[in-house]
Design a protein. Structure first.
Lengths: 359, 340
């Protein structure tokens, strides 16, 4: 089967297990992003795919071939590292040619390949420069160039943008996306930045504590998070989560506020739940399809076209987004936000899993 | 064709130019004075803020002044007919006389040749030895074995040269030495290694490597430890084997350290390990073993020709200075690495 398949992949260092049986199928030409907090096992998983970490248990298949015991060089993967891993003593052209020379590719073929890839990445004027004489963005491009010249079956990216400043990161993110669209190579990308994950991925794999929490397209994960962890991880600012209790009439009572739900939960009244409200989902105008939530406004952070409202509701610290319409003065008096019924998410208070609402 | 300017115009131009130049010079002077002032102010500020650091630096400065700078005063005896009774200041000047004597003295010229020869051998075999050792240690995966081997090769550095020489003399002894015992087992006659001039240099250089290669490898091991591990991982994914990684990553990465150590080493070319030569050589091996320092010792201290010995010492220092300057300049030009 083309693509990359992880079947019950486990990594343990002695008695300490850090990846607990990952199952994932990355399709050919797909761009999959592994995202999660530090220490969740995403980089370890990537390194197992690259062959830099031994697989403790489970099976790794690339293009239908079992790769567990195959040397990294024979897996036909190319990796872009977080700190670029450029050879400081070699110039850009020699850095890009390194892997090709090791594989004893004829010199003229190497020269042609490098010229082509340098053209794609806009590196032609810098081929004679050493890494120390390049900017962060250029170094990043060289690192990608070194991977591209190999024409591998799979690209592996290990947090490649985390060393760049915010502006350059946005720029390079777009370049990576364009490059993937152009080359169409299966790519697995590790990041802890959910914005990178949302913008780059065909599918996102959210990981936590060595396990996969949810796999899906960015919008699937954003709209229907499988649990409170995914809900809290994706989205900026993250989803507001408040403890509440279900009542008989499709209402969750949070503190004193009654939040109307779009359907019935398969369960009984009095069940403890967590009510999830995305910051951008609230409105300031009440209507028939909204529930009101009285808040104590703490701080207004203007961001330009919108502002962040930091507020308290009982014990909970909440953040909401509101349009500024060019001014934030009118937001300083906000004391109630209104939650559209169809956008309220519900999670089990004990397990954190999402609860389906039956209409 | 350009028109020639009238002489008066030329003169006026010249005067104007001079005025501009004088103005520019005075500006430069005042700027330099300002810069010196601000530098002094900065230094004074720094001293007030960080005086503890300067206090800690003081013993080193005192050491340099007492043992290296003050003795330089005595260097003038290289140009004087020195007498202990008249002292350094009152001895009469003789110009280059001692240097002329030195360069017409066959024994001194032989000592210079020996020094260069032994230093060249040391550079050729002794300099790469710790690098090779460090590269080998870096490839050892078993930590227990690695640590044990490191400890064993570091040990000779901590042994006094007198004991090292004793071990060498015993090992090469024609009667009880292990080398001659082994030669005896093979059916050959014993060799009087330390009395034969042709054996002195290999034994001396070999002893130096045995004593210092291990300890010298620490610097290179530290440089290797500083190489970014991602470079190796990237090379593994690219398909490089350990040998290729050593040649294409490790060695180029530690090259600046190698060059710095080489410059320092070149600066010490004329300083062949004096004690070890004194301990190992004997009149029968002077032909290959007598180096400038031992010659200076014999002439200066044993024969009391302090002025001649000072001239030889000064010659040694000048050669070392020129060598280290040249090495540093070449290294800076070709590899962007230099001591200063």
């Amino acid at each position: 089967m083309p693509g990359v398949t992880l079947d019950g992949l486990v990594k343990a260092y002695g008695a300490l297990q850090v990846v607990h049986g990952i199952d994932l199928n990355v399709l050919e030409r797909e761009f999959v992003v592994l995202v999660g907090p530090s220490g969740c096992g995403k980089s370890t998983t990537l390194r197992m795919i690259a062959g830099l970490e031994e697989i403790t248990a489970g099976t790794l298949t690339i293009d239908g071939r079992r790769m567990n015991r195959v040397a990294p060089k024979d897996r036909d993967v190319a990796m872009v590292f977080q700190n670029y891993a450029l050879y400081p003593h070699l110039n850009v052209a020699d850095n890009m040619a390194f892997g090709l020379r090791i594989r004893k590719m004829p010199k003229d073929e190497i020269a042609t390949t490098i010229a082509d890839v340098a053209e794609i990445l806009g590196l032609t004027p810098y081929l004679e420069r050493r890494p120390a004489d390049l900017s962060g963005g250029q170094r990043q491009r060289v690192a990608m160039g070194r991977a591209i010249v190999r024409h591998p079956k799979v690209f592996l990216f290990d947090e490649p943008l985390s060393n760049l400043d915010a502006k350059l990161r946005t720029q390079m993110r777009a370049e990576i996306k364009r490059l993937h669209n152009r080359l169409g190579v299966t790519s697995i990308y590790v990041t802890h930045d959910q914005v990178e994950a949302m913008t780059l991925a065909d599918r996102i794999v959210v990981m936590n504590d060595g396990r996969i929490e949810q796999v899906g397209t960015p919008m699937e994960l954003f709209n229907n998070p499988a649990n409170t962890f995914v809900a809290g991880f994706l989205g900026s600012p993250p989803m507001n989560q408040m403890r509440g209790v279900l009542t008989d009439d499709n209402v969750a009572v949070v503190g004193g506020a009654k939040i109307k739900l779009s359907g019935k939960v398969n369960g009984n009244a009095g069940r403890d739940v967590i009510v999830g409200i995305r910051p951008e989902h609230v409105v300031l105008q009440e209507d028939a399809n909204t529930s009101s939530l009285p808040i104590e406004l703490d701080l207004v952070e203007p961001l330009g076209s919108e502002a962040l409202l930091h507020a308290r509701y009982g014990e909970d610290n909440l953040v909401f987004k509101a349009d500024t319409n060019g001014d934030v003065k009118h937001l300083s008096g906000v004391n109630t936000v209104h939650v559209p019924t169809h956008l309220v998410k519900l999670f089990d208070a004990e397990t954190g899993s999402a609860l389906n609402l039956e209409s | 064709m350009p028109r020639r300017a009238a002489p008066s115009t030329l003169k006026a131009d010249h005067v104007a130019e001079e005025k501009v130049n004088t103005h520019a010079q005075s500006l430069t002077k005042s700027r330099t004075a300002d810069e010196t002032d601000s530098r002094l102010t900065r230094l004074a500020d720094h001293f007030r803020r960080e005086w503890q650091i300067y206090v800690m630096l003081l013993p080193t400065i005192i050491w340099f002044v007492v043992f290296l700078y003050k003795p330089m005063y005595g260097l003038q005896i290289a140009f004087k007919d020195y007498s202990i009774f008249r002292g350094v200041a009152n001895s009469p000047w003789v110009g280059w006389e001692h240097f002329e004597t030195l360069f017409s003295n066959d024994q001194f010229l032989r000592a210079v040749r020996n020094t260069i020869y032994i230093s060249a051998l040391n550079l050729l075999f002794g300099f790469p030895a710790p690098i090779i050792l460090a590269l080998m240690f870096n490839e050892v995966l078993n930590q227990t074995y690695k640590k044990t081997a490191q400890t064993i090769v570091y040990l000779p550095h901590f042994i006094s040269s007198v004991i090292i020489a004793g071990i060498v003399i015993t090992a090469f002894s024609p009667t009880a030495g292990i080398i001659n015992t082994f030669i005896g087992w093979l059916g050959f006659d014993p060799v009087y290694f330390l009395t034969q001039p042709e054996w002195f240099r290999p034994i001396f250089v070999g002893t130096g490597i045995w004593q210092e290669a291990g300890f010298g490898s620490i610097v290179f091991l530290a440089a290797i430890a500083g190489v970014n591990p991602s470079l190796y991982e990237s090379a593994v994914v690219d398909g490089a084997n350990r040998w290729q990684m050593m040649w294409k990553i490790t060695i180029p990465s530690i090259l600046p350290t190698i060059l710095i150590m080489l410059i320092i080493r070149i600066g010490n070319v004329m300083e062949v390990s004096f004690e070890l030569v004194i301990l190992l050589y004997q009149p029968s091996t002077y032909e290959t073993a007598d180096v400038v320092n031992t010659w200076v010792y014999r002439q200066g201290l044993q024969s009391g020709q302090y002025d001649l010995a000072a001239a030889a010492g000064l010659f040694n220092a000048v050669v070392a200075f020129v060598l280290v300057m040249t090495a540093n300049t070449l290294s800076r030009r070709f590899s962007r690495t230099s001591l200063w």
